[in-house]
Write a protein that binds this ligand. Structure first.
Ligand SMILES: Cc1cc2nc3c(=O)[nH]c(=O)nc-3n(C[C@H](O)[C@H](O)[C@H](O)COP(=O)(O)OP(=O)(O)OC[C@H]3O[C@@H](n4cnc5c(N)ncnc54)[C@H](O)[C@@H]3O)c2cc1C
Length: 460
């Protein structure tokens, strides 16, 4: 039997769920297909379970630091199985809440992989049924990309499997230098594992401000994480007492788990997009305009599958804007500038706007304000750690065009700084704001001295 709908959404992740709910609210008849679990990457195997594991890993330092504040803490012990079971219970609760929200919004959910048969027909693989759709929204997200087919790749896990390990590995090697690699490095490190990060580039966290990259690397190394740059994993062999990893410089490292966090590729293969005429880019991403419309006018795409800014709030915003544009009669483009981002490593990173290097490439005059200090809590704890805060200012307009923080609660702080940056606040506005004492964030409004000033030479 062929059903008819106004909108068929492929993928019930962050973007797809929002788009389906809002479109249905505008009166559209909506069906959404999900091949794995409702909630998508963020809820099931991304942001949420990751942050829960981050919280778990931070207790180790809290127990240690407590002594300086007068506490006597008995030797703490940790049980991985309890953490994973509790995390799984919370994820199941959230999945049920997402499903209930879709039901309440009268969106029809089908638990199946969906593929396009032609530009208006979708096949539900689980049942073989077909659905005719006036409009189709592709919100299939992305999946871990494991790189070249090296020897022993079958022994390597991605972040997907890391959430379900039967036991906590004692020795872990993580390949990758991005936020997922570093977050898992701190999770495993905090929970007591011996962690090595292997990264092919010059330094970790490509794309972030260079001082942030250097500062975070030093802090991670202080916590005992080994970081090996300009190297690659060339092979993994299963031996009696673990996995024998060979690196490109011929160093051998023996570990219990190897995880690759070497990027994610959009989920576009095998779902009938190219035959339907949808244009695909270099890494498999769906090409869209600012309204998320593809090269086929009634087919739209949002979220990670478009590889614009692969973050949950961006996918949600794109999904909402799609519904407003297509079913709400309010054409709504999505702006992708000044998107705040965080790395939930230990310490955390928060960033918004331009890095110093980006500002120097795009602006004629750039002023840098910077502060590094020992967080107050670390004093009695006796912990050797430093916070970095940095403002990048357009020297001509005085606008704060970038803010970069490495330290406790950097993510929480940067969310609010992003409001000021989005409102085009100037350094004078920051200076006029009264400090809140004693906080770390007060440094952001009390930096008086320029740490550097760059003036671009006029073109000859
Ligand atoms: C480990 C990890 C940590 C992360 N941490 C953060 C973070 O802290 N903050 C943040 O903002 N972002 C984070 N992200 C990124 C965030 O999860 C994604 O940006 C977000 O989930 C993208 O939403 P989406 O709707 O585009 O796709 P997804 O949420 O990936 O949803 C796509 C859905 O489509 C389904 N699907 C795919 N193909 C089909 C098909 N043919 N038929 C039916 N269903 C299909 C998939 O099963 C999936 O459920 C993290 C990602 C990972 C992997």
């Amino acid at each position: 039997m062929t059903e008819e709908v106004d909108l068929f959404v492929v993928g019930a992740g962050s973007g797809g769920v929002r788009a389906a709910r809002i479109s249905s609210g505008y009166g559209a008849r909506v069906m959404i297909a999900e091949e794995y679990r409702v909630g998508g990457t963020c809820v099931i195997r991304g942001c949420v379970p990751k942050k829960l594991l981050v919280y778990a890993s931070r207790f180790a330092e809290a127990f240690e630091d407590a002594a300086g504040y007068g506490w006597t803490v008995p030797e703490p012990s940790f049980d991985w199985a309890t953490l994973i079971a509790n995390k799984d219970r919370e994820i199941a609760r959230l999945e049920a809440a997402y499903t209930a929200n879709l039901d309440r919004a009268k969106v029809q959910i089908v638990k199946s992989r969906a593929v396009l048969l032609d530009p208006h027909t979708v096949k539900l693989v689980a049942t073989g049924e077909t659905v005719r759709a006036k409009r189709i929204l592709i919100a299939t997200g992305a999946a871990p990309h494991m790189g070249a087919d090296i020897m022993g790749l079958e022994h390597v896990i991605s972040s997907n499997e890391a959430f379900h390990l039967r036991e906590l590995p004692k020795r872990v090697l993580i390949q990758g230098g991005g936020y997922i690699a570093l977050e898992f490095a701190t999770i495993f490190n905090g929970l007591g594992a011996d962690v090595t990060v292997v990264y092919r580039g010059e330094n970790i966290l490509r794309g972030f401000d260079d001082e942030v990259r250097a500062h975070l690397r030093t802090e991670l190394e202080k916590r005992g994480i080994t970081i090996l740059c300009k190297r690659l994993v060339e092979g993994v062999e299963k031996v009696e007492h673990g996995l024998d990893v060979e690196l490109s410089d011929r160093e051998q490292i023996m570990v219990d788990a190897v995880m690759f966090a070497t990027g994610r590729h959009p989920n576009t293969s095998g779902i009938g997009l190219e035959p339907a005429g949808v244009r695909i880019g270099r890494v498999g991403e769906i090409m869209v305009d600012e309204f998320s419309q593809t090269s086929v006018p009634h087919i739209y795409a949002i979220g990670d599958v478009t590889n614009r800014n692969n973050l949950t709030p961006v996918a949600i915003r794109e999904g909402h804007a799609f519904a407003d544009t297509v079913f709400g009669g309010k054409p709504t483009p999505v702006e992708h500038s000044d998107v705040p981002t965080a790395v939930f490593s230990e310490p955390e990173v928060g960033a918004v706007g331009l890095t110093e290097a980006e500002a120097c490439r795009t602006l004629a005059k750039v002023d840098i304000y910077k502060s590094t200090f020992r967080p107050m809590k670390a004093t009695l704890a006796g912990r050797d750690t430093r916070t970095l805060m940095k403002l990048v200012v357009d020297g001509h307009s005085d606008r704060v065009v970038g803010c970069h923080i490495v330290g406790p609660d950097a993510g929480e702080m940067i969310q609010l700084v992003a409001v000021a940056v989005k409102m085009k606040a100037t350094k004078a506005d920051f200076d006029a704001t009264m400090a809140l004492h004693p906080t770390a964030a007060e440094e952001l409004v009390t930096m008086r001295e320029k740490a550097a000033s760059h003036v671009r030479e006029a073109a000859e």
